[in-house]
Design a protein around this ligand. Structure first.
Ligand SMILES: Cc1cc2nc3c(=O)[nH]c(=O)nc-3n(C[C@H](O)[C@H](O)[C@H](O)COP(=O)(O)O)c2cc1C
Length: 330
C-alpha cells in the first residue's frame, strides 16, 4: 500500500503528522512518535511572548553596566544567555535533526511582525525543515476593521517568507469572514501549507469563583466538521498543500480528511490521550481499510469527496442547511 504524500513540498511516508503539543516538546516522545510511524513532527511552539520577553531581558543583560538603564528597568546581573528558552529551542532543533529521519517543522506562535520574526532565520539555520506560523490574534477592539486584522496576518507571513528559504505553512483559524479568500491570500503570498484549523483555547466561566477561565479543550472526531468543509472547498483551488487538523482521532478520520482533499493530517489530542503508539495502530487500520476497499494509494483517494467531486456538494454549502434543520425529528 502506498501511503506516501507530499506536504509543503516535503515528501512524507504517510499522511500522519504529530501536531504541536507537549508530546513534541520532549526529545524522548518525539523519538517515540517517529518509531510509531509519524511522517513528520511539528515542534511545540516558541511563543512571541517568550522571544520578546527574552529579548527584553537580553537588553537588561547587555546594559547591566549602565546604571541609569539598570535603575530605569531593574537589574538582572546573574542571567545566563544559555538559559534562554529561545536559545534552548534552537538547540533542541539542532540536536533532534542529528537523529531524526523525518521532517522536523518548527512552530512560531505570535502576532506582531517585530523581532520574533527575525528568529525565523535562526530556526532555519538550526536545521528546521520547515516552519509553521500560528498567528492567533483576538481583535477585542470593535473599532478595528477586519481588513486591518487580515493585513496583520499577511504582513507577518510576508515578513517571515522574506526571511527564510525553508517552506512556511500557516495554521489558520476558521473565524475569518471569508476563510477561502484568506487561504488564497496566504497561498498567493507563498505559504506552502495551510493547516485547517487551529483549535482555540476554551473559554469558560467559574460561576462560584466569579471569574473567567481558559482551559484546554480536548477534541474528538465530531470536531472535524469545519476542517473537512473548508478542505473540501479549497481542494485544487490553491498552490499550497492542505492539512486537516482538529479532531483527527481514528483511521476513519484520516480517510475522511484525505477524501475531502487534504495532503496530510495533524494530530494532537488523540496522541495525548492514547500515547505515541496510537500512530502505529492507525497506520495498520488505514492500510487494512484501503486494501479491503481496493485502493492502491493515498493519492488515489485525495479529493474524491471534495466540493468539486462529491455527488452532494450541498453538504458543504448552504444548500441542505434548511432541510437538515427542518427535517430533524426528536
Ligand atoms: C496540550 C496542548 C498543547 C498545544 N500546544 C500547541 C503549541 O505549542 N502550538 C500550536 O500551534 N498548537 C498547539 N496546540 C494545538 C494543537 O497543535 C492542535 O492544533 C489542536 O489541538 C487541534 O488538534 P487536535 O484536535 O488533534 O488536538 C496544543 C494543543 C494541546 C491539546
Amino acid at each position: 500500500m502506498n501511503l506516501e504524500t507530499t506536504y509543503m513540498g516535503l515528501p512524507l511516508k504517510n499522511p500522519i503528522i504529530a501536531g504541536a503539543s507537549p508530546l513534541t516538546a520532549s526529545a524522548d516522545s518525539i523519538r517515540r512518535l517517529e518509531d510509531a510511524g509519524a511522517a513528520a513532527i511539528i515542534m511545540h511552539s516558541i511563543f512571541e511572548e517568550q522571544i520578546n520577553h527574552e529579548a527584553h531581558e537580553l537588553d537588561h543583560f547587555l546594559f547591566k553596566g549602565s546604571e541609569s538603564y539598570a535603575e530605569a528597568v531593574g537589574f538582572f546581573p546573574e542571567m545566563e544567555l544559555s538559559n534562554l528558552e529561545s536559545e534552548h529551542y534552537l538547540e533542541e532543533i539542532s540536536s533532534l535533526k542529528k537523529s531524526l529521519s523525518i521532517p522536523l517543522i518548527a512552530s512560531l506562535n505570535g502576532v506582531s511582525k517585530g523581532g520574533w520574526i527575525e528568529y525565523a532565520t535562526k530556526l532555519q539555520e538550526a536545521g528546521a525543515d520547515g516552519l509553521e506560523l500560528n498567528i492567533t490574534y483576538i481583535p477585542t477592539d470593535p473599532n478595528i476593521d477586519g481588513r486591518i486584522i487580515e493585513k496583520l496576518y499577511t504582513d507577518a507571513l510576508e515578513t517571515v517568507l522574506s526571511a527564510v528559504k525553508i517552506p512556511v505553512g500557516i495554521k489558520m483559524n476558521a473565524v475569518f469572514s471569508a476563510p477561502a479568500n484568506m487561504a488564497k491570500q496566504f497561498s498567493d503570498l507563498g505559504a506552502k501549507g495551510l493547516v485547517l484549523f487551529d483549535r482555540p483555547v476554551h473559554v469558560d466561566i467559574d460561576i462560584e469563583g466569579l471569574n473567567a477561565l481558559q482551559t484546554i479543550n480536548p477534541s474528538s472526531s465530531t470536531d472535524m466538521s469545519e476542517s473537512l468543509r473548508w478542505c473540501a472547498i479549497l481542494y485544487k483551488k490553491l498552490a499550497a498543500s492542505l492539512c486537516v487538523s482538529t479532531g483527527v482521532a481514528t483511521h476513519q478520520d484520516i480517510l475522511k480528511a484525505m477524501m475531502s482533499g487534504a495532503d496530510a493530517v495533524q494530530m494532537a489530542t488523540a496522541l495525548l490521550k492514547n500515547g505515541e503508539g496510537h500512530i502505529g495502530t492507525l497506520l495498520t487500520a488505514l492500510t487494512e481499510w484501503m486494501e479491503e476497499h481496493e485502493y492502491h494509494s493515498i493519492e488515489q483517494m485525495k479529493g474524491s469527496i471534495s466540493l468539486q467531486h462529491t455527488l452532494n456538494p450541498a453538504a458543504y454549502q448552504r444548500g441542505s442547511y434548511m432541510r437538515i434543520l427542518t427535517d430533524y425529528r426528536y
